[in-house]
Design a protein around this ligand. Structure first.
Ligand SMILES: *[C@@H]1O[C@H](CO)[C@@H](O)[C@H](O)[C@H]1NC(C)=O
Ligand SMILES: *[C@@H]1O[C@H](CO)[C@@H](O)[C@H](O)[C@H]1NC(C)=O
Ligand SMILES: *[C@@H]1O[C@H](CO)[C@@H](O)[C@H](O)[C@H]1NC(C)=O
Ligand SMILES: *[C@@H]1O[C@H](CO)[C@@H](O)[C@H](O)[C@H]1NC(C)=O
Ligand SMILES: *[C@@H]1O[C@H](CO)[C@@H](O)[C@H](O)[C@H]1NC(C)=O
Length: 822
């Protein structure tokens, strides 16, 4: 970013088809029980990253390669000596962050043998992972740009973002090489695996590395090379989409259905992308993803972006100790910032799927861009509706006709002609020049295939346009109106009252003869242009699907002393690159840009912001980068009002809490200059793990391979970790929480602490005023006392205001459980 220009992310927005009561949960797909079982096994021996060479230094280059090879061989010998030939297949040796392997075994007996074997530290069964887009209901339609101000093409230069996702389409304009990016930074050692639809020149400077990991998917029988491609090519679209959000080229036309919806830019258009394909249209497996992360760290990425999360909390002593979370801790230890989707299980509480304090977990918000499609009926009424399409020609009013009234009633599958899925049932002479009303069948949910079917039908029968409606639908806010992109004039009216008014108007202007045939279609309509966006100041708003805190310690859903999500970024109706060969969204088939929603889309926004921070501050630890993002986040919307959160698709919103949005909505311009940061390192995280209720030293040692540090005082809590937030899941009486801040400002600065105490809690911060020199640290003592016990978390904040214009905000989330002695 040049000259500290404010970085504004103008984002796009679109709408979500939300019909009936479709629950927006990730589908739980378990492995077929008859199939083979995959396990991940961690050995006692050192991985490359912690093995000290003869010079007592971390190994590099050839020495590391040799150690890696020896480790692999040792795994083979170990397995060969222990297990019958043919009873297993080793899928991967993990060597860099973890010393271990993934194993496909014919029976669970194998696990028993391994768990008793000398040299084995930890075993975990493989877990299915999901992409964090909201597939049900589907999102459709829209328009947009992310103009990134100030030297966009160079923003993020020298930083490599590792995308662990569904691959990438290297031919997408968002990933073409630019003159600023011809080769990877010298610290990056990754390679490019070429293959099907991924020619050797795909690594072009923008894309600096690409590999694919699919052995667990192959073992489960779900991987099919024809569909999933045995190369880093992205046949799904999700990986191209997320990569373009993080670091897509600046000012790339986002053209879909022949219309230029604006220009798309990544948040850090100057950053490089390293692609680790480890997820597929069928989902992904943790053992493949662990192999991808191991490789990404070995290659030298600076940031890992994961728009994937497990389908469930794995059993075990703590949510923080599953193999992926502990591997990401080791990645953090190696200096890599890790960002992950918080999940799409909202608005229910406890729906977070990214747990640990070393991971930046991202919630999703709406953006300030809205599409307002309107239709005007002959009686002068204006309806707001969905539909990202053109207008009916001219100022002409067109006769309206219900599909049932202009068809011959013959449908081969017995369904109503009003679903408009079959052009052959329409009477051509009756549809000419009319706008046809097609109906959602009530109580059924239709995905985008259904809309595509309608658009095809209307095109084929030569009608003037289409209105899709549903009498029984509920109240749906304009922002959640489906904005399905079509080339024909179309509008979707799913708001119950509007649908009734429209259909009543139609019925009241109809003349039928004795046998019911319509003789006069009296109702008329005009469909207006709906592809141009307007902007609102009531943004961002927490999206209803975005997963909510509190974070949990374990599968028993015990609330933890960790704030999740950490931060919020745009994730509702986001334009991004798309794979034209993908069939995962019917409305974007054949297109290079698509609109998607989900915490999947929010996550790479934060990865991009991390790249901007790391470009400016290459020496900052991952905790410092996370702190900068959190303490500078916005908690008011564009009109200055406190941020709100949606609980459903209606218009109702509530005041957002840190369990909805974390510290707030990411503000890239402020995040590069936070004033103070809360740092934490590997030892602090270990101490945190050792303080988690139900976790003993042995569990930590098995999961991480390190002993608990000796405690500095008798009882430690999760809340003692030096995070830019304070969460206390059960405040009994009083608790002291210390925080250490480090000045990253350029001048001496004096800060004053302002407290807004959560309900039922008294908060005292000392010192109230403190001065810090550049690079110096200061300790803050925060004492929390229960004054009025309640039965819910309550929220507050500590704000440190500096005299050099820095404002450092720390959210407080406290459950005042009991007054001491009561
Ligand atoms: C893989 O997919 C192709 C295309 O859909 C199909 O023809 C083929 O039968 C599939 N192969 C397997 C092994 O399922
Ligand atoms: C949409 O546009 C119409 C006509 O231009 C206007 O009457 C209506 O208030 C707008 N609705 C919203 C939600 O912006
Ligand atoms: C329905 O289909 C049958 C046979 O295909 C045809 O004879 C009949 O005329 C059709 N009915 C109408 C109303 O078009
Ligand atoms: C900060 O203040 C100290 C004295 O408290 C002074 O010695 C130092 O020069 C100041 N540094 C800057 C960068 O102003
Ligand atoms: C909290 O309670 C302790 C012990 O009762 C008391 O010493 C302290 O002043 C209280 N602090 C606040 C902020 O109320």
């Amino acid at each position: 970013m040049a000259g500290g220009e404010p970085l504004s992310l103008l984002l796009l927005l679109f709408a979500l088809v939300s019909l009936q009561d479709v629950k927006r949960k990730q589908p739980w797909r378990s492995r077929p029980s008859s199939g083979p079982t995959v396990f991940m096994v961690v050995m006692e021996d050192d991985p490359v990253i912690s093995h000290k060479s003869s010079q007592k230094e971390v190994m590099r280059g050839e020495e590391a390669q040799k150690y890696k090879q020896t480790t692999r061989t040792k795994h083979d010998i170990f397995l060969d000596s222990l297990l019958p030939v043919g009873s297993y297949k080793k899928l991967y040796s993990y060597t860099h962050l973890i010393n271990g392997f993934a194993l496909q075994a014919k029976s669970k007996e194998t696990v028993k043998i391994l768990s008793g074997a000398k040299g084995v530290r930890f075993i975990q069964e493989d877990v299915k992972m999901s992409k964090m887009t909201t597939y049900t209901p589907r999102f459709i339609g829209a328009n947009g740009v992310w103009p990134l101000l100030g030297g966009a093409e160079k923003s993020g230069a020298g930083v490599v973002i590792g995308m662990v996702d569904t691959g990438i389409d290297p031919s997408n304009p968002s990933f073409l090489s630019t003159s600023d990016q011809t080769k990877p930074p010298p610290s990056f050692k990754g390679t490019c695996q070429s293959g099907d639809r991924f020619p050797p020149d795909s690594c072009n400077g923008k894309i600096v590395g690409a590999r694919w990991f699919g052995r667990a998917g192959q073992a489960s029988g779900e991987f099919n090379a024809t569909i999933n491609y045995a190369s880093p090519y992205d046949p799904d679209g999700h990986g191209s989409h997320t990569a373009s959000i993080a670091a897509g080229n600046f000012h790339t036309p986002a053209i879909s259905r022949g219309y230029n919806f604006g220009h798309a830019s990544g948040v850090a258009p100057g950053a490089h992308l390293a692609i680790y394909k480890a997820a597929y249209s069928f989902g992904g497996y943790m053992s493949d993803i662990i192999a991808a992360v191991d490789q990404a760290v070995e290659d030298g990425v600076n940031i890992i972006s994961l728009s994937l999360a497990p389908n469930s909390i794995t059993s075990g002593p703590a949510s923080f100790l599953n193999l992926l979370e502990t591997q990401l801790l080791l990645a953090t230890k190696a200096g890599i910032s890790v960002v992950q989707a918080a999940g799409n299980g909202g608005p229910d509480a406890n729906s977070i799927v990214s747990f640990s304090p070393w991971i930046t977990s991202v919630a999703a918000s709406t953006t300030d861009r809205k599409y307002n499609k309107t239709i005007i009926t002959g009686n002068g009424k204006v309806f707001s509706c969905g539909g990202l399409s053109t207008s009916t020609p001219g100022e002409t009013m067109y006769p309206l006709a219900l599909a049932d009234d202009v068809s011959n009633g013959n449908l081969t599958d017995g369904s109503s002609p009003s679903s408009c899925q079959d052009p052959n049932v329409f009477i051509r002479s009756l549809v000419q020049g009319k706008v046809i009303i097609c109906m959602f069948a009530s109580s059924s949910y239709y995905g985008s295939d259904y809309f595509v079917g309608i658009a095809d039908t209307i095109q084929k029968i030569g009608a003037a346009g289409v209105i899709i409606t549903d009498r029984s639908s509920k109240d749906v806010d304009i922002e959640y109106q489906p904005t399905f992109p079509t080339t024909i004039p179309s509008a979707i009216v799913i708001n119950g009252a509007d649908a009734d008014a429209l259909l009543d108007y139609y019925d009241n202007n109809l003349v039928r003869d004795a046998d019911g045939t319509v003789t006069t279609f009296g109702a008329t309509v005009r469909i207006l242009e709906g592809r141009r966006a307007s902007y609102t100041k009531e943004a961002p708003v927490v999206a209803d699907f975005s997963s909510r805190g509190p974070d949990v310690d374990n599968a028993q859903m015990q609330a933890s002393d960790v704030l999740k999500p950490n931060v919020m970024a745009p994730g509702h109706q986001i334009w991004g690159a798309w794979s034209p060969t993908s069939d995962s969204m019917a409305e974007f088939q054949g297109e290079s840009y698509a609109l998607l929603s989900g915490t999947s889309m929010a996550t790479p926004h934060v990865a991009g912001v991390m790249a901007l921070i790391r470009q400016r501050h290459p020496k900052w630890s991952p905790a410092m980068v996370m702190s900068a993002i959190m303490t500078t986040a916005d908690i008011t919307d564009r009109s200055g009002r406190p941020l709100t959160a949606r609980r459903d698709e209606g218009g109702a919103v509530e005041r957002a809490t840190p369990f909805d949005m974390g510290a707030g909505s990411v503000n890239a311009a402020r995040a590069v200059d936070p004033g103070l940061v809360f740092d934490a390192g590997y030892k602090d995280y270990l101490q945190f793990l050792c303080a988690v209720p139900g976790v003993d030293d042995g569990a930590v040692r098995r999961a991480v391979g390190a002993a608990c540090p000796s405690p500095s005082r008798p009882r430690r809590w999760g809340s003692d970790l030096n995070t830019p937030s304070v969460t206390v899941a059960s405040l009994v009486g009083s608790r002291r929480v210390d925080r250490r801040v480090t000045s990253v400002g350029a001048e001496n600065e004096t800060y004053m602490a302002y407290v807004q105490a959560p309900d039922g809690v008294a908060v005292r911060v000392s010192p109230e005023t403190f001065a810090v020199a550049p690079g110096a640290t200061a300790t803050l003592r925060i004492v929390l006392n229960t004054t009025a016990p309640g039965n819910a978390f309550s929220f507050g904040e500590v704000v440190l205001k500096g005299d050099k214009k820095h404002t450092v905000r720390i959210p407080l989330a406290v459950y005042p459980a009991a007054v001491l002695g009561a």
